[in-house]
Ligand binder design. Structure first.
Ligand code: BF8
Ligand code: SF4
Length: 638
């Protein structure tokens, strides 16, 4: 119910989102931005991270300008900030660990024949088995897949003091040794998350530096227990993504088809909805629709774009706006990043909201559990519910923005290497490395993460990436940032001509044409969901291995320009642990602890080679990242 008449430039740079905000105003629908305004001013203690309520004597607050300097128990600002940060990172790691655990259980059930998933990634079975040292000779794929699932479960259930097997199997010996020396190698993910909760409780760890080391450890829990296991297993279940053309933004919704939005994170839900939408198309036609159109929001969208070419409807801040089009017949959610407000918005339209997870319930939604064993029946129910809802659409409320852009997805490491192999089949990484050395590709940046109501939707990501591409920096993207860039054409071959510097464009064109794409590669390669950030880790590991250097020596950086979720903080911490400069465009709640802020943005570099870089201005951020890349190039003598 914004009273803003016509201009939504504080809220978003996306014209489709602005059009829906205008409609929301007319129809008196509240959105997240209205609630954001009502939260102002936000609490200064919380902003600085110096509020503690870890025991019932609290809440205790530290005055950054005077007294009190300590909480009732004597905890000072740095201690409170460090404890809060570790809890945030443990929260993020737990989201990804729980996600991965669910994928593992799904693979196990599929391999045992009790869940109807096809196990589509035969190549991934081989590569994962090889890295784990599981023999494949003479074994059926499903038997190897079962051994892999059990190996993953053993990492979760391990009571030994050995570090995670999956981590050791994935990273270089150099990285492993550095983490071993720092004492941050994680054992089982569950155990580390439990210990972090204990360590941060009242009257345990009083050392901010020790807590920060645990932050790094929990970053590794996320990186290997969450992202790596999750992506490896999902590729085994659903196949390794390969380049696929699609579209992005609210204009992908259809006026005459049943529109089903998949929203959340779990491909075992979204893949099944896509499958059954295809199978039940005739039922939709019998109901008077032209067919069924699936579109994605948040990382569920990324997952089904990567493997099925399903279009992206919008990122995190667009979820309510999709419903406001009046065109969404069902929105299916699973876990993470759906706003509790969506049922309230949906109640003003004909839209059915469906929850699918026992831990992701909404009081006014329809709950259709997606257990692996009965998943086909559940997916059919969802599709039929959407077809039924379609019959109740109100034409007077229908307004689908025209905006959409061509967007390519599917850039797994395997498919990137495959495209490069078209240039040099013997030595696929050579063309990329040669071009980096020659300066045609000045460096590479992984731009990842969310939207955040505190910052104008998509603006920081888009402005910063424009600067990076103009300076011939190759960009890879995941998460809601990939959606953001998709909306403005960065994920299309035309985007290369529009945004890439001359030298980068020449490289993208040579590789794209050699790989048979008929034009340049997009200047931003969409590598998937947030869980798929492990693909970026794999790519960095491969490049470093090829060059015989550490990841910390590469001319690369990471950036989460508009992060909001705890998961983005834990992913960023993993990147810093790997040795990567990690930009964040939203100030995290750590500035109240001067020691903590200094360690994270400076001293930590001496331990891991990486550090956080906080900069809210997109152009300044690009300048800082370019300077970092330049310094790494110089150190490499290139
Ligand atoms: O895991 S980018 S808002 S959807 S947390 Fe959430 Fe952030 Fe989007 Fe994917 Ni990632
Ligand atoms: Fe206050 Fe200490 Fe309790 Fe935190 S743990 S609420 S600082 S007394």
């Amino acid at each position: 119910m914004s009273d803003n008449k016509g201009c939504f430039c504080r809220q978003t740079i996306d014209p489709a989102a602005a059009e829906m905000l205008e409609k929301a105003g007319r129809e008196k629908i509240e959105t997240t931005w209205d609630r954001y305004e009502r939260q102002q001013p936000q609490c200064g203690f919380g902003d600085l991270g110096i509020c503690c309520r870890n025991c019932l004597q609290g809440p205790c607050r530290i005055n950054p300008f005077g007294e009190p300097k300590e909480g009732i128990c004597g905890a000072d600002a740095d201690l409170i900030v460090a404890r809060n940060l570790l809890r945030t990172i443990a929260g993020g790691a737990s989201s990804h660990a729980d996600h991965s655990y669910s994928a593992i259980k799904c693979l196990k059930a599929a391999a045992e024949g009790s869940a109807p998933y096809s196990i589509a990634g035969a190549d991934k079975i081989k590569s994962v088995a090889a890295k784990l040292g599981i023999g494949t000779e003479g074994k059926a794929d499903s038997d190897v897949a079962l051994e892999i699932a059990i190996a993953a479960l053993e990492d979760y259930g391990s009571y030994s003091d050995e570090p995670m097997r999956w981590l050791k199997a994935t990273v270089s010996p150099g990285l492993y040794e550095r983490w071993e020396k720092l004492g941050i190698l994680p054992k089982s993910p569950d155990r580390e998350i439990r210990t972090a909760m204990h360590q941060t409780s009242m009257g345990v760890d009083g050392s901010p530096v020790n807590l920060l080391l645990s932050c790094l450890k929990l970053g590794l829990v996320d990186g290997y227990g969450g992202l790596q296991i999750g992506t490896d297993i999902q590729d085994i279940l659903f196949g390794i993504p390969s380049p696929v053309k699609s579209e992005a933004n609210l204009g992908v919704l259809s006026e005459d088809k049943v529109n089903i939005i998949v929203h959340g994170h779990m491909p075992e839900v979204s893949e099944k909805v896509v499958e059954w939408a295809g199978k039940l198309e005739d039922e939709a036609k019998a109901a008077g629709a032209a067919g069924i159109n699936i579109a994605g929001i948040c990382c569920s969208g990324n997952e089904v774009l990567m493997r099925q070419g399903v279009p992206l409807a919008g990122n995190y801040l667009s979820q309510e706006l999709a419903i406001i089009t009046g065109a969404v017949d069902a929105m299916v959610v699973d876990v993470q990043c759906f706003m509790p407000s969506i049922t309230k918005v949906a109640s003003c339209y004909h839209t059915k909201v469906v929850t699918t997870s026992p831990i992701g319930q909404l009081p006014d939604a329809e709950y259709i559990p997606f257990e692996p064993e009965g998943v086909d029946e559940s997916a059919q129910k969802v599709v039929r519910l959407a077809i039924e809802a379609y019959k109740g659409r109100d034409a007077a409320k229908l307004q689908i923005p025209k905006h959409k852009s061509e967007a390519w997805g599917g850039f797994s490491v395997e498919s990137i290497v495959g495209a490069l192999a078209a240039v040099d089949p013997e030595n696929p990484l050579k063309p990329l490395v040669d071009n980096i050395v020659a300066g045609n590709v000045y460096g590479a940046v992984g731009v990842v993460g969310c939207n955040n109501a505190k910052v104008t939707q998509d603006r920081t990501a888009v402005e910063m990436v424009k600067d990076l591409l103009a300076h011939n920096v190759l960009v890879v993207a995941t998460g809601c940032t990939a959606h953001a860039l998709a909306k403005y054409g960065f994920l299309s071959p035309d985007g290369a001509k529009k945004y890439a510097g001359e030298k980068l464009l020449a490289v993208l064109t040579a590789v794209g044409e050699a790989a048979g794409l008929g034009g340049p590669l997009p200047p931003v390669l969409h590598m998937g969901s947030c869980v798929d950030n492990s693909r970026i880790g794999d790519l960095l590991g491969a490049l470093a291995g090829y060059l015989g250097v550490d990841i910390k020596d590469l001319p690369v950086a990471a950036s989460a320009p508009e992060l909001q979720h705890e998961k983005a903080v834990s992913i960023g911490t993993w990147a810093v642990a790997m040795g990567v400069l990690t930009h964040v465009g939203v100030i995290p709640p750590v500035l109240g602890g001067p020691l903590v802020a200094k360690v994270l943005t400076s001293d930590i570099e001496g331990m891991t080679g990486g550090k956080f870089y906080v900069e809210t201005d997109p152009h300044e951020a690009a300048t800082g990242i370019l300077a970092h890349i330049e310094s790494k190039r110089k150190a490499l003598g290139i």
